[in-house]
Design a protein around this ligand. Structure first.
Ligand code: 3HC
Length: 693
């Protein structure tokens, strides 16, 4: 039996041909599937004993679209758009039976069929934009012919999934069935024999006015924030009104092929696979996560309240403890106000909020945590405070209760010291606002057991977060790298750049917020306090910029004091002479002749700072993969997915260029910027950065 015969097969029931795609895990339309489907359609069309055809998939889902592993390689015929054209042209009715997640090319196979039915619970969509692409098998041309331009544009430009009920209401499918899908499809095929066939590609499209088109496009452009694919997808949908389906599919294909080669396309495919890879943690294959019945949170400030909301949203019963009765009351009010904001934005109903508040117990006595089998602390980030808390907690909670620390910098090993059973201590570093940000660094300390780590990962996933493994070190992956990034930002100021120039270079590149605006937003005082603590241990010969200290000394702590790197006027950052004077004085103090920087110089320097320290984190096993580091920056530090993250960008700049840059840093800025061994080796061996340097 050939591959094709295995992946696509046909059976005959009376005069109905049943074509089955069976390509686990998600029935992706690989070359063999496309060829098999085409061959079976042609065979059924030419067979006088067949009156109608059903296309279905075996396994857990209808096809989830093109085989992403084939992308970026030379195209293999037949292309899916040809197979779809052949399905549409078939002289016999073709019924598509969707189930599971019918996505991209999968959805498009159905759009080219003459009738679409879906099992209850099916989700449909054109998620190609999430891979930096546009649909490539007629999706942007056939969908508007079924549901109109505005609705089709929404799906093609956002990649959002539609539930079967919505698809039926819009007219994207013809029926939802809750009986045996195959039997219903056969029934529908029988009923269609001899009737007029409705070919999607032959339906007219209702054009939108030029003004409406502009409005739709500018809405997409605004939300896309620099990503190209959504805008192109929207344009293609709008253009469908002026083109035949055949012409439109040619246009669509040109754009699909072009986007495939762009950096954004490569970056987004990298991120797709990175996310799946991040779930694999060596050594944890056999570990089972524990079932958590009741979760406890200590501390209900901004972070603690966000964590409580995330836990409540995920269905946990939550006990939250503050220092005193007023603190507990304030904490409860803080949680309620986050939930109320979610009601205002339409994300939550009043009933759902009331139900969440019923699952919340607040108090100011740690003994209230006794029934919990998972407790996370979100108290002030101070080692003594956390160590004492954990020692106290371990006398209150059950011996098997998992104790998680949400510290962003401190060593979880030091926090675990003095705790009974340090195997149950784990770091879970959330990012603010904790109920919204997707990243959680799951930190394994020296004694953390596999079961504890597996439970922390499972909880994070239940919270719909993306947990990324990190070893224990100061700042874990994200903040460890960030301190090198921050320092290079400040060094560039000493050498001649100004904050708004660096911000502009990074924002024009795609970051939603440049580094100095971000520093101002999170507050300069926290990093200042940290630097003061480190003064005694700092290497006296390593380069140190005092600019940020000078700002803090005069009370400029960022947005919260209306002045920081910028001055804030009605919430808007304005470059400020006071900052410029401090910066210029710093250059004079160090006898540095100020010079200007190009945007490219700024970007490569900052990517180098992150990538070199990222490579060192890989060497030490703090990060498991370069792609995990990219995920940390995309999900915790605002990098857009289409930039692919700092390690991806280092490969795009070229590792030799990165190495040259880090050598310059080393010579100029000191031993902390020594080139990472992995980076040197990768350049020597001519390797790409890949998942391991
Ligand atoms: N191609 C190749 N492999 C795919 C794939 C695809 N389209 N979709 C999923 N997979 C693989 C994953 O890499 C994973 O492999 P692994 O086990 O080796 O890591 C496995 O299938 C299971 O995937 P998930 O872990 O993501 O499983 P979930 O159940 O969580 O999610 C899903 C299933 C919703 C289908 C999700 O995988 C998904 O969103 N897939 C991508 C869908 C997509 O983007 N389709 C459009 C492709 S482009 C296209 O169709 C072009 C066309 O217009 C011509």
């Amino acid at each position: 039996m050939s591959d094709i015969a295995q992946l696509v097969s046909a059976q005959q029931r009376d005069n109905i041909a049943i074509i089955t795609i069976d390509n686990p895990p998600v029935n992706a339309t690989s070359q063999a599937v496309r060829a098999g489907l085409l061959a079976e359609i042609e065979s059924a069309d030419g067979n006088p004993g067949i009156a109608a055809i059903v296309i279905r998939c075996a396994g857990r889902t209808f096809t989830a679209g093109g085989d992403i592993r084939e992308f970026g390689k030379p195209p293999l015929l037949p292309m899916l758009f040809d197979t779809c054209a052949r399905i549409e042209a078939c002289s016999k009715p073709v019924v598509c039976a969707y189930h599971g997640t019918a996505l991209g090319g999968g959805f498009e196979i159905g759009l080219a069929s003459h009738l679409r039915i879906a099992a209850m619970g099916t989700q449909l969509g054109l998620p190609e934009v999430k891979l930096g692409l546009v649909p490539g098998a007629g999706g942007t041309q056939r969908l508007p012919r079924l549901i109109g331009i505005p609705a089709a544009l929404d799906f093609a430009a956002t990649g959002r999934f539609m539930k079967a009920e919505e698809a039926l209401k819009l007219g994207a499918i013809d029926a939802i069935v809750d009986d045996d899908l195959l039997e219903c499809a056969i029934e529908a095929a029988r009923a269609a024999v001899g009737k007029l066939m409705r070919r999607s590609g032959e339906q007219p499209v209702v054009a939108v006015s030029a003004e409406q088109a502009q409005e739709l496009l500018s809405g997409v452009r605004r939300k896309a924030r620099g990503q190209e694919a959504p805008v192109i997808a929207a344009q293609l949908v709008i253009e469908s009104a002026g083109l035949s389906t055949r012409q439109g599919v040619v246009r669509e294909r040109e754009e699909f092929n072009r986007l495939m080669e762009t950096q954004q396309g490569r970056a987004m495919r990298h991120i797709f696979f990175a996310e799946r890879e991040a779930a694999r943690i060596p050594g944890l294959e056999q570990a089972t996560a524990r079932d958590i019945q009741m979760a406890g949170v200590v501390g209900c400030g901004t972070m603690g309240a966000g964590i409580c909301v995330a836990l409540l949203d995920a269905g946990y019963n939550v006990v939250v403890i503050e220092q005193n009765a007023e603190g507990a009351e304030r904490g409860r009010a803080r949680i309620a106000s986050i939930l109320e904001r979610n009601i205002a934005s339409g994300r939550l109903t009043e009933k759902a909020m009331a139900e969440r508040m019923r699952r919340l117990t607040s108090g100011h006595d740690l003994t209230g945590l006794a029934p919990c089998n998972f407790v996370i602390e979100a108290v002030f980030d101070d080692l003594d405070v956390k160590r004492t808390l954990f020692a106290n907690l371990s006398n209150i909670v059950r011996d098997d209760c998992i104790l998680a620390t949400n510290t962003s910098y401190l060593d979880p090993n030091a926090i675990a010291r003095g705790t009974k059973n340090p195997q149950r201590v784990v770091g879970m570093h959330f990012f603010a606002p904790a109920n919204i940000m997707r990243l959680v660094e799951a930190v394994r300390a020296a004694h953390t057991s596999s079961e504890t780590l597996a439970t922390a990962l499972a909880i994070a996933r239940k919270l719909r977060k993306l947990p990324i493994f990190s070893g224990a070190c100061e700042g874990f992956i994200g903040n460890r790298l960030y301190s090198y990034y921050r320092r290079q930002c400040e060094f560039m100021l000493e050498e001649g750049a100004l904050p708004h120039e660096i911000d502009k270079a990074m924002e024009d590149w795609g970051l939603p917020m440049g580094p100095f605006r971000a520093f101002d937003l999170s507050g300069l005082d926290i990093a200042w306090a940290l630097r003061k603590r480190q003064t005694a241990t700092r290497d006296p010969v390593s380069r140190y910029s005092h600019i940020s200290d000078r700002l803090c000394e005069i009370g400029r702590f960022g947005q919260k004091t209306q002045t920081g790197w910028y001055r804030y006027e009605n919430g808007k950052p304005v470059p400020d002479d006071v900052t410029t004077t401090i910066i210029e004085q710093a250059s004079r103090d160090k006898n540095i002749t100020r010079r200007s920087f190009t945007a490219d110089e700024i970007r490569i320097r900052l990517v180098t700072a992150l990538a070199n320290e990222g490579a060192r984190a890989l060497e030490e096993g703090i990060a498991l993969r370069a792609s995990d580091i990219d995920l940390v920056y995309i999900n915790g530090y605002g990098w857009p997915a289409w930039l692919g993250g700092p390690m991806f960008q280092a490969s795009e700049f070229g590792l030799s260029r990165i190495l040259e840059e880090v050598q310059k840093m080393h010579a100029r800025d000191g031993s902390e910027f020594t080139p990472a061994r992995l980076l040197v080796e990768a350049v020597k061996q001519g390797k790409s950065i890949g998942d391991r340097l």
